[in-house]
Design a protein around this ligand. Structure first.
Ligand code: HEM
Length: 171
């Protein structure tokens, strides 16, 4: 092996180790149901999430409801004139939700971002696996949970969904 070949091999190995280190943070998993697309990745104590669907209004995802919408850790948001709004909510009954803040807790959603392109709204954000709050049920890596989805044609988040769905995912 010439010196040049040796240097090239070492450089390639460094790149390979570097990339596997990045991949080690976790892999994105996906689920699709009734036009709702979900991507998630557990990263230590946090869960990175992307949710999208065909709407120019709000879209929401809710983790681990006990029945219908009740007890779900709901994250709801919309993009209006390029500005992203994302709120941390909780299913306070089978057919309603309120913001964690209104319920006396705090908004634990970080890395809030979103796009609205060609009639598709995508939200991306990070939530703690266990916020420690009364209004968020702890999630655990490797466990399987029900996830609910909903959307509306309008940005008004107090308006009821015109589309909804649910599926099971394993974190
Ligand atoms: C203003 C907001 C909302 C109102 C007033 C509302 C109201 C309701 C009502 C009345 C039902 C039962 C009747 C039906 O099936 O349509 C329902 C079911 C449902 N909602 Fe909502 N909802 C709201 C937001 C949400 C959000 C943000 C999500 C998702 C994160 C969601 C997910 C669902 C699902 C999956 C069901 C069906 C549950 C089942 O039958 O198992 N809803 N909602």
């Amino acid at each position: 092996m010439t010196n040049k070949q040796l240097i090239t091999t070492i450089f390639a190995l460094i790149l390979l180790i570097g990339f596997s280190g990045i991949a080690g943070a976790g892999d994105w998993k996906t689920a699709d149901t009734d036009g709702f697309h979900l991507e998630w990745m557990v990263d230590g104590e946090n869960l990175n999430v992307k949710v999208s669907t065909e709407t120019e209004g709000w879209v929401a995802v809710g983790f681990n409801p006990s029945k219908k919408m009740k007890d779900a850790n709901i994250i709801i948001g919309f993009v209006e004139n390029g500005t992203v709004t994302i709120e941390d909510h909780f299913g306070n009954s089978q057919i309603s939700h309120r913001s964690d803040i209104a319920l006396g807790g705090s908004d634990d959603v970080s890395n809030k971002a979103g796009t609205e392109v060609n009639g598709v709204t995508e939200l991306s954000f990070t939530i703690p696996m266990d916020s420690g709050e009364q209004d968020d049920r702890a999630l655990m890596e490797g466990e399987t949970y029900k996830v609910i989805f909903a959307s509306n044609r309008k940005d008004k988040i107090t308006a009821k969904h015109n589309r909804r769905s649910s599926t099971m995912i394993t974190l």
